[in-house]
Design a protein. Sequence first.
Length: 117
Amino acid sequence: MVQASGRLGFTGETAIALNLKAGKFAKFAKDDENEALYLIIINESSEDAFSIRESSGYFYVPTKVMFDTLGYDYENNTIMFDLVRQMSLDKDLQGQVYFMKQRQTRNKDKKNDIVEP
């Protein structure tokens, strides 16, 4: 889920499934052809990687600038993703690759109003 601060947060269950821990890193890739967004979990830092951070057992990635650049309105809308493992891309993207399938976006003020992603 993208928090109001722009951070990409992970549920405890997701953190376990992705084997997240402090000291790992996340990269993102966007397929311009179909607008698909991918999360890539890597073990070593690189200039385009985000540090995976932990606070009280909760994991997040400081992605505010990225989501701002991509035009996500996380301040006014609830934005959530389902992560779908894409092992076929691991070698090319050099990490554990997950397709970020965006769920229906909901307006935070009007709980039943669905906003197009």
